[in-house]
Design a binder for this molecule. Structure first.
Ligand SMILES: [Fe+2]
Ligand SMILES: [Fe+2]
Length: 179
């Protein structure tokens, strides 16, 4: 007998066989790109928070810790689940070095000043840009899943889009509060 979770998986799968090869390829490309961007964002927040020094550094650390958690534990894990349910291969992004070429928006490398320090305002500028990129990514995915009538994905992607907008607002507020 099938477990409830298996049945939920079956109900959540739109018929990829009816979508046609070209649409499937486009969908897979968009999902793998979004997942690579989530891994990039998670890593960016994780690594930079350790080196921020200067006015507002504690608030930056706190916000980056909480944002990194959203990017990985909510957004990336949901994308992984959905990619599995749809039956797409993740082979293309199995190595971290592939994330740069698969992600539509680039990872912006933080610049270190002196020895291993990062300026709070400069790192916030990069984070703001990466959230703007994430908003573009999810706006596109929301439109795409609406067009192909994948309502399960569409619902969650709208939630993720709202999260990215919230990340952006919090980063901007913090940026404006620092001298
Ligand atoms: Fe995200
Ligand atoms: Fe984000």
């Amino acid at each position: 007998m099938k477990k409830i979770s298996d049945l939920t998986d079956i109900l959540n799968v739109i018929s990829t066989s009816e979508m046609g090869a070209e649409v499937n390829e486009q969908y897979k490309t968009l999902l793998l790109s979004a997942l690579s961007e989530e891994f990039n964002a998670w890593y960016f927040y994780l690594i930079t928070k350790e080196f921020v020094v200067g006015d507002g550094y504690k608030d930056v650390r706190e916000l980056f810790t909480e944002t990194a958690e959203d990017e990985l534990e909510d957004h990336a894990y949901w994308l992984i689940d959905r990619i599995k349910q749809l039956g797409y291969s993740v082979e293309q992004i199995a190595h971290p070095s592939s994330w740069a070429s698969v992600a539509e928006h680039p990872f912006i490398k933080p610049s270190f000043e002196e020895t291993n320090t990062i300026c709070p305002k400069r790192v916030l500028e990069i984070a703001i840009q990466s959230e703007l990129d994430a908003i573009a990514t999810y706006t596109n995915l929301v439109e795409f899943t609406n067009a192909i009538k994948d309502s399960t994905s569409n619902l969650k992607l709208r939630e993720i889009l709202a999260d990215e907008e919230e990340h952006l607002n919090k980063l901007r507020d913090l940026y404006n509060s620092i001298k």
